[in-house]
Write a protein that binds this ligand. Structure first.
Ligand SMILES: [Cu+2]
Length: 680
């Protein structure tokens, strides 16, 4: 596969010279290496320590009328810089500026409101498209208006309050951008993060805390200046030559001689993997997309396409101290592979004292948990539908439908219309030998009944929401539609396929002639950032709740009445009194902090530098830096003042005696950012 410079530039879009002032010289892309990095900037295997994304703390927690906790989270989508390849910085888009985004952890039954602020540039700095976003929590049965419907977009300066019910069984979810036509580039640029839903069953069966490790795996290609390259081979797929785990190329993790749990998420926009351990030993598969499998499975290799999640246990106690166990990739048909895409990461077995606390430290669980969907029987199905996934000329279709047709129908056209609680069998057919398609059905968990008439793979015997539909394969899926009524998307999770235009929708318990109270675009609109919008029927109940904490009282006290139209922010009186031009900027001005350099060379020096973008009235400002290395109490490292150009820098020698791997910068003007810290 070879792509000319002209093609590469066309594929790269309009932003050849981006807002960062950097050219993206993808002069050729061939099978030896997709990246244009010089050898000193080319990452090498197993040099970086596996970064663990920070766990996001709620802004506030209250107790709802049902006695369960209600958490308020806030995430700012911002442009930032990440240290991915040696010696260079990479412009990214990040949830709170980090690549990948922070992890959200929640217990079953506790509800979450997530304020998702769009503080991105108006246009993508490299690829020029408008950076409207829509956030999908993949794996959650959210109402349609909170499901990240592709056209339910939030523009720059606006916030959408997403409501997540968390009533489902424990599982690994992930949140990512889902904006119409640009999902691939926005996810590739960094808008993806894990979300862990816990419950009692899972807490009693599987390793927890630092032995419960998120592995978000993706691939990328880089221009010589460190910027991400983008070439999706005319929407067939993007296949990078550099494999990233939690944003670091081919990292290594030190492990104790005990059992670890890994939540493997394939966040690649196109690539599928065929994972195996270098030892040839099996892993113990315990959970699929929708949570625990009925029984654990010993698996020596497994195929995993984009958006699929598998939770695996690896017992390192059987290896001697000093042993390196690699996670490798045997790949699958129709990926483009490079010299090192067969390697993913490594685990180094240490002689560290073994912490045997918590479940499954030494003994593998065998029986896990049943679930509603795995208990369904095909005889309960009231209807069988068949859909093909295929290429029609220049576009990709699903069920003979494209998203363009859905849009042109005023979002009425559907590929299926089950009634609420109906149980159906869907057959998805890929007759092509040229492509595989991971098909994702929103809202539901499904059970894979068969593939080409044969049983699914042993590792697929659990609740799923994405199915690998390989070349020449037809899969049969069984599912029940509920608990919500409304319209939901079904699409390919090879994201360039999804964007062009392999996406359709189905409706549950809904007549297209009736008004839809859960209209995915109209029911809940974004609002200016900083304006507090009461959630109908929820905030009122919580605020009057005698058990509500003081944080609720505070939040309620500062709440502004919602203004119709939303173009003029609540609480803008100060701004309109002091500034002559009418502004649509939100009232609560916040500093947008970016960490560009974060480096700690143990016993040598420590340096942080970054920028601050602020349009409010405060002048003098500073940044306080904290060591937020996972597993440690956050400690203050130092303070830097922000100069008049919006730059700040802080350095000291020799720095802390323990390696800092994660840093947070808090601005005195209210913004915050976190970044992983380079050690070399
Ligand atoms: Cu596809």
């Amino acid at each position: 596969m070879s792509v000319s410079r002209r093609q590469a530039l066309q594929i790269g879009g309009v932003g050849v010279i981006g807002a960062f002032g950097l050219a993206v010289p993808l002069s050729s892309v061939d099978a030896k290496s997709a990246s244009q990095l010089s050898s000193r900037n080319m990452p090498k295997l197993y040099q970086r320590t596996l970064p663990i994304p920070p766990v996001l703390a709620p802004k506030s927690t209250t107790v709802g009328a049902d006695g369960k906790k209600v958490h308020l989270y806030q995430i700012e989508q911002t442009a930032g810089m990440a240290s991915i390849v040696p010696g260079l910085s990479t412009p990214i888009l990040g949830y709170n500026g980090s690549f990948p985004g922070p992890t959200i952890k929640v217990n079953q039954g506790e509800r979450i409101t997530l304020e998702m602020d769009n503080l991105l540039p108006l246009f993508h700095p490299q690829w020029g498209y408008r950076l409207d976003t829509s956030t999908h929590l993949h794996g959650s049965a959210s109402l349609p208006q909170y499901d990240g419907y592709a056209n339910d977009v939030t523009g720059r300066g606006l916030c959408k309050d997403y409501q997540y019910p968390n009533f489902q069984p424990a599982r690994t979810l992930w949140y990512h951008d889902h904006a119409v036509h640009n999902t691939a580039q926005s996810v590739y640029s960094g808008l993806a993060g894990q979300y862990h839903l816990h419950d009692e069953t899972e807490r009693n069966l599987l390793p927890q805390g630092k032995f419960d490790v998120p592995l978000t795996i993706s691939d990328a290609m880089f221009a010589s200046n460190g910027a991400l390259g983008y070439n999706d081979n005319t929407h067939s797929g993007l296949y990078g030559d550099i494999i990233l785990v939690n944003g670091a190329p081919w990292p290594v993790m030190k492990v104790q001689r005990r059992i670890y749990r890994f939540r493997v998420l394939n966040a690649s926009i196109s690539r599928s993997y065929n994972f195996r351990l270098s030892t040839g030993d099996p892993v113990t598969m315990v959970a699929t997309d929708g949570g625990l499998m009925p029984a654990a499975k010993q698996v020596t290799s497994w195929r995993q396409a984009g958006a699929e999640r598998y939770e695996i246990l690896i017992d390192f106690s059987k290896y001697p101290v000093g042993k390196r166990v690699e996670l490798r990739n045997l790949s699958n048909k129709n990926n483009i592979d490079y010299d090192y895409t067969g390697r993913v990461m490594a685990f180094d077995v240490t002689g560290e004292t073994v912490d045997t606390s918590g479940p499954a430290a030494k003994v593998m669980p065998t029986l896990l948990a049943g679930s509603a969907v795995m208990n369904l029987a095909p005889s309960q199905s009231v209807k069988t539908r068949r859909m093909r996934v295929k290429r029609d000329g220049d576009i990709w279709t699903i069920g003979d439908m494209t998203w363009d047709e859905v849009m042109k129908s005023g979002y009425k056209k559907v590929v299926a219309d089950p009634d609420l609680n109906d149980i159906e069998i869907w057959e998805i057919e890929n007759s092509s030998g040229g492509w595989f398609h991971p098909v994702h059905i929103h809202l539901v968990d499904f059970k894979i009944l068969s593939r080409n008439g044969r049983p699914p793979f042993p590792y697929e015997l659990g609740p799923k929401d994405v199915v690998y539909v390989g070349e020449g394969e037809t899969v049969r899926l069984l599912m029940q539609f509920g608990p919500h009524r409304g319209r939901y998307m079904i699409h390919c999770h090879n994201l360039p396929h999804e964007d062009h235009d392999m996406m359709a929708q189905f409706s549950v318990g809904y007549n297209p002639n009736d008004p839809d109270p859960n209209d995915p675009i109209e029911a809940v609109k974004p609002h200016p950032i900083g304006e507090v919008v009461p959630v109908p029927g929820e905030v009122a109940a919580d605020a009057s709740d005698a058990t509500a904490s003081t944080e609720t009282a505070q939040a309620t006290a500062t709440a502004q009445p919602t203004q119709p139209g939303g173009s003029s922010a609540g609480g803008t009186s100060t701004a309109t009194e002091t500034a002559a031009p009418v502004t649509t900027q939100p009232a609560a001005q916040k500093d947008v902090i970016t960490i560009i350099t974060a480096r700690h060379r143990l016993n040598k020096d420590i340096t942080f530098a970054g920028t601050s973008v602020y349009s409010g009235a405060l002048s003098a400002a500073s940044v306080v830096l904290y060591d937020v290395t996972p597993g440690r109490t956050a400690t203050k490292l130092g303070m830097a003042s922000i100069n008049s150009l919006g730059n700040w820098t802080w350095t000291t020698k020799p720095g802390p005696s323990r390696q800092v791997t994660m840093v947070r910068a808090d601005s005195s003007r209210g913004g915050t950012a976190t970044a992983s810290v380079r050690a070399d």
